[in-house]
Design a protein around this ligand. Structure first.
Ligand code: AMP
Ligand code: ZN
Length: 106
């Protein structure tokens, strides 16, 4: 298991974990692009959004509901926030384990 985000989800690589359950893990981005910058990932390895299939519906729901819960916890709900998914090199993806960026606070 050489994938960085698989290692974080498994607890083998340190990260500022904010949430973890059977499906997803959320942690602070190591190079924040906004006052709040959190990554929400599936615990299971998927290269990116292009790897999603209909059977991943519960996982997708968990990614987005975790993001909205964390946005509220971080005090972003009133003023709003961005959710970003980068797919592939030209889409700005640098870590090839699906992750949802939660950005807010400016
Ligand atoms: P992307 O460019 O969409 O693939 O985003 C990858 C994100 O992962 C970037 O915002 C990086 O700052 C972040 N990142 C890379 N390594 C780590 C790490 N060890 N812990 C937390 N975030 C990381
Ligand atoms: Zn992975």
């Amino acid at each position: 298991m050489s994938c960085l985000f698989c290692q974080i989800a498994a607890g083998n690589t340190p990260a500022q974990i904010l949430y973890h359950d059977d499906l997803v893990t959320a942690f602070r981005d190591i190079h924040p692009q906004a006052p709040t910058h959190i990554l929400i990932i599936p615990n299971q390895h998927l290269d990116g959004v292009a790897a999603l299939a209909a059977g991943h519906a519960p996982l997708l729901a968990a990614l987005f509901t975790t993001a909205t819960h964390l946005a509220t916890q971080e005090g972003l709900a009133a003023n709003g926030y961005r959710l970003v998914l980068n797919q592939g090199r030209d889409g700005g993806q640098s870590v090839f384990h699906l992750h949802l960026h939660l950005l807010g606070g400016r």
